[in-house]
Write a protein that binds this ligand. Structure first.
Ligand SMILES: [Fe+2]
Length: 304
C-alpha cells in the first residue's frame, strides 16, 4: 500500500496561462513562487504549493500531485506502483525546491505525481484576493466510480468516506472527509477543485471579493450532507469549477470510526455511509441553472 498523506497541488492546463495566473493570483489570492519550462507555480499564503499553470490545448486537470511521508523511499513506491500495474517513472525538478518526484497514472489515466519531502515557500508578504488556507480537494468524473475507488483504496492508501448511491464516492487520505472524489461521467475530466477557507467570515469576504470582480456565484453558500462542509461555487476564466469551503467533517481517530460530532449531523454518531435520496444538504438553496449547465455532462439525478 502506498501511503499517500495529502493533496499537494493540482496542475492546470490553460489555453491562456497569463490570464489564469492573473485570476489565481488576484482573485483566489495565491502567490507566484516560480516559473520553469512553461510552468507557473502558485502557493498559498501559508507557503504550500497549490496550483501549477501550464499551457495546454484545452482547460482542465493536467496532473494531481500528492504528498508521501517526508522520508519515504521512492524506490519502494516505484515497485508498489508497478506491482499494481501502474506506470512509475522518476521526474526531475517537478516543482521549486523539489529535486525529484514519481510520475504515474491512475486506472482512468489521470496523471499523478507523488512527492516525498517537505517544501515550503517563504512568501510572507500579504496577498491580495481571497487567500485560501490550502487546496483542499479535487473532484473528477469517472466512468466507473467503484473501479477508481478500488484503485485509490487498494493501491494509494485512501479510505472510503461516503458514497452517494453508487455513483459518487468521497475518499480520504487523512483525517479530512475527502481529498479526492469521483462522480460517474463519460470520461476522467475534472468536476471541480476546492479551496479551504477559515470560517464563515472568510466565506463572506470571499463572496464580497467575487462580487466586486463581477464573478457570478453559481451555487451556495450551502451546507452539504456528505462531508457537511459549507460550500460556494463559481468558475475561473477558462470555465473550471471552483468550490470554496469551510467546516469539512474530520475523523480525528480512525479507530473511532465516526466523524467528530457536530450539531448539524443527521446521524449520531455520523459514520461513513451511502447517502440515498434528497434532500442531502443540511441547508441552502438548490444549485442555479448556470451551475447545472456547467455540469451538463451529468445525468439529471446526479446534479446535487
Ligand atoms: Fe467539493
Amino acid at each position: 500500500m502506498i501511503p499517500v498523506k495529502r493533496l499537494r497541488h493540482l496542475a492546470l492546463a490553460a489555453i491562456d496561462p497569463e490570464r489564469q495566473l492573473a485570476y489565481y493570483r488576484d482573485v483566489i489570492g495565491l502567490a507566484e513562487v516560480g516559473r520553469a519550462d512553461g510552468r507557473i507555480f502558485l502557493a498559498s499564503e501559508a507557503g504550500q504549493l497549490a496550483i501549477v499553470i501550464e499551457k495546454g490545448p484545452a482547460p482542465g486537470l493536467a496532473r494531481l500531485a500528492f504528498d508521501l511521508p517526508p522520508d519515504q523511499d521512492l524506490a519502494t513506491i516505484e515497485r508498489a506502483l508497478r506491482d499494481a500495474g501502474l506506470p512509475a517513472e522518476r521526474c526531475a525538478d517537478p516543482a521549486p525546491g523539489c529535486p525529484v518526484a514519481l510520475r504515474s497514472r491512475d486506472r482512468d489515466g489521470r496523471a499523478l505525481e507523488l512527492h516525498a519531502g517537505i517544501h515550503c515557500h517563504d512568501n510572507r508578504q500579504p496577498l491580495p484576493g481571497i487567500g485560501p488556507l490550502k487546496l483542499g480537494h479535487v473532484a473528477c468524473y469517472a466512468p466507473d466510480p467503484a473501479t477508481i475507488a478500488r484503485c485509490y483504496t487498494e493501491t494509494l492508501g485512501f479510505r472510503v468516506s461516503d458514497w452517494i448511491e453508487d455513483r459518487f464516492v468521497f475518499l480520504r487520505c487523512s483525517h479530512e472527509h475527502h481529498t479526492v472524489n469521483f462522480t460517474r461521467g463519460p470520461d476522467a475530466r475534472m468536476h471541480h477543485m476546492a479551496f479551504e477557507l477559515r470560517d464563515a467570515a472568510h466565506m463572506h469576504r470571499a463572496a464580497d471579493i467575487l462580487g466586486g470582480q463581477k464573478v457570478p456565484i453559481l451555487w451556495g453558500p450551502v451546507r452539504h450532507g456528505p462531508g457537511h462542509n459549507v460550500a460556494m461555487y463559481h468558475r475561473d476564466p477558462e470555465g473550471n469549477a471552483i468550490e470554496l469551503f469551510y467546516g469539512l467533517d474530520c475523523m480525528t481517530d480512525e479507530a473511532l470510526g465516526f466523524w467528530d460530532p457536530r450539531p448539524w449531523h443527521r446521524d449520531r454518531p455520523q459514520r461513513p455511509k451511502t447517502w440515498v435520496g434528497l434532500p442531502r444538504d443540511v441547508w441552502g438553496l438548490p444549485p442555479s441553472q448556470a451551475f447545472l449547465e456547467m455540469h451538463r455532462l451529468q445525468l439529471p439525478e446526479e446534479r446535487h
